[in-house]
Design a protein around this ligand. Structure first.
Ligand SMILES: Cc1cc2nc3c(=O)[nH]c(=O)nc-3n(C[C@H](O)[C@H](O)[C@H](O)COP(=O)(O)OP(=O)(O)OC[C@H]3O[C@@H](n4cnc5c(N)ncnc54)[C@H](O)[C@@H]3O)c2cc1C
Length: 458
């Protein structure tokens, strides 16, 4: 049996700090520039996508040289009939993701700092405006274009993708169900780049939201909010929070669920803590307290009997978005793994030449292609105004998140020992992928919803 390396290690075999040292040393060499470019080419060839580069070398296209995969994924990406304006926006987002966001992803993952410079760059492009109607300061594009942007941002930095997408998840119910006055007052702020959060989960109300305890007590022209929420994405930085609670005095737990918009700075609103997490380290997750917060009645979005239907409708739009986020992560892992095993050699062959590995790649590529096709199918349904798409949204969310987890785990495996160390981004991708199976309905809940839909009514 072969044990140990078959050749002297090349630069591409070396961890990134060693590669950096190599570049540093070579830059003092008389042939410095030539050697630097050779070293870089070698590392690139090996798909040695360092965490510090965040995979920027491979964004946005799948980037395989001269094989059918390019055609396949490019054709899939051409499924939605994007307008020239949409194409221009998507290209701007892809280049922002490639040039600015991906290179900073490792830093934000390591430090857990909120990526304000990424958000400033996103707002400089005016991206929130793409989901706000024109009458309220927006410049609306299709839902498919929105999903393409979520996917591109998430491929570069899953934390940043999630922060931006949360604005949409939280505020699409205001766009769809808010009163004229509410939209005129609040949506221009969103279009200009306000951050938003969606607050449903409580310590004893996770998969079963009807168990929530946060209370809404009407008092004249105000609603007094008391209670707390946990696990709220961006809850510590949000300007606007779409908050779910139960209307006092309504006995039926489903009927009691109501929703209002709580604005930053409301007296009695406290941030209790932000969580330390496995992944998505730069996307904050906050525990929030509401100590008799007085919210103007004008901010009530859905009173008793209307909150739960609003929530379920909103999920039909946020779940495909969560799928686009997961697909961004899955794409990044797929690219890195394929590039790496095209170069990495063991037992006298490139890893990709082993048939067992080809079978694995075939399965992963097929799953990716099928799930991306499903993404555009659901996007088309939303864009043509179909409301009853709960099962499609569940199938998409389930498939994309399971794929992201599998893809990233296999990518770490295909990198061998290098996959387990932090010099390459695949380990971050694997940590970032896990949440996609948990939030927006755990995958068990989605399996339950899909399975239940097949029961014949008798
Ligand atoms: C990083 C992060 C960010 C989040 N962001 C937000 C946010 O912005 N806003 C928000 O409101 N929430 C957010 N959440 C909460 C998230 O949506 C919940 O964690 C999720 O819905 C699961 O609820 P739970 O954690 O209470 O788990 P539980 O509901 O207690 O579930 C525990 C386990 O039991 C399983 N289970 C539960 N019920 C069933 C069932 N009927 N059948 C089979 N299995 C079942 C679950 O699948 C899971 O495996 C976030 C969570 C995290 C970790």
């Amino acid at each position: 049996m072969v044990s140990g390396p078959q050749r002297m290690p090349e630069i591409a075999d070396l961890p990134v700090p060693v590669i950096s040292l190599f570049f540093y040393y070579q830059s003092w060499n008389t042939n410095g520039l030539v050697l630097i470019s050779r070293g870089l080419a070698c590392a690139r060839r090996a798909g040695a996508c360092p965490a510090q580069q965040g995979g920027a070398w491979f964004l946005p296209r799948l980037g395989f040289k001269g094989n059918a995969m390019i055609t396949l994924f490019d054709r899939l990406d051409a499924t939605p009939a994007f307008s020239p304006e949409e194409k221009a926006v998507i290209e701007s987002v892809e280049s922002l993701a490639r040039e600015k966001i991906a290179p900073r992803a490792e830093h934000y993952d390591r430090t857990g700092e909120f990526p304000w410079d990424n958000l400033r760059a996103i707002n400089a492009l005016g991206l929130n405006a793409m989901f706000v109607p024109e009458a309220y300061g927006g410049a609306p594009l299709s839902y498919a274009a929105y999903l393409a942007c979520v996917r591109a941002l998430s491929e570069a930095c899953a934390s940043t993708g999630s922060i931006w997408a949360t604005n949409f998840h939280a505020m699409s119910p205001l766009i769809d169900f808010g009163s004229e006055e509410q939209k005129r007052r609040l949506l221009p702020r969103l279009a200009e780049g306000a951050l938003a959060s969606l607050a449903i989960t409580e310590p004893n109300a996770g998969s079963d939201a009807t168990q929530m305890k946060t209370r809404f007590r009407p008092e004249g022209e105000e609603i007094v909010v008391s209670g707390g929420k946990i696990f709220i994405t961006d809850g510590n930085v949000a300007d606007l929070i779409l908050l779910f609670g139960k209307w006092e005095g309504v006995a039926d737990p489903r009927e009691a669920i109501s929703a209002l918009i709580l604005e930053k700075g409301t007296e009695g609103f406290r941030i209790l803590r932000t969580e330390k997490k496995l992944g998505l380290n730069a996307c904050p997750t906050a525990a929030l307290a509401f100590d008799d917060c007085r919210v103007p009645r004008a901010n009530l979005l859905a009173g008793p009997g209307k909150g739960l239907p609003l929530l379920l409708r909103a999920l039909n739009k946020s779940r495909p978005s969560v799928a686009a986020h997961a697909l961004g992560i899955a794409r990044a892992a797929f690219k890195d793994a394929v590039a790496y095993i095209n170069e990495r050699r063991q037992s006298g062959r490139r890893i990709i030449e082993f048939q067992g590995i080809q079978f694995l790649l075939a399965d992963l590529a097929s799953e990716l292609a099928k799930t991306e096709a499903m993404l555009w199918h659901v996007a088309r349904l939303v864009d043509r105004g179909e409301a009853d798409i709960g099962i499609e949204a569940s199938i998409l969310k389930l498939s994309a998140s399971d794929l992201a987890m599998r893809m990233t785990t296999e990518a770490v495996q295909l990198f061998g020992g290098y996959g387990y160390i932090k010099d390459f981004r695949v380990e971050r991708l694997m940590r970032d992928a896990k949440i996609t199976q948990i939030w927006e309905g755990t995958n068990q809940i989605h399996r339950q919803l899909i399975g239940r839909s097949l029961i014949e009514k008798r």
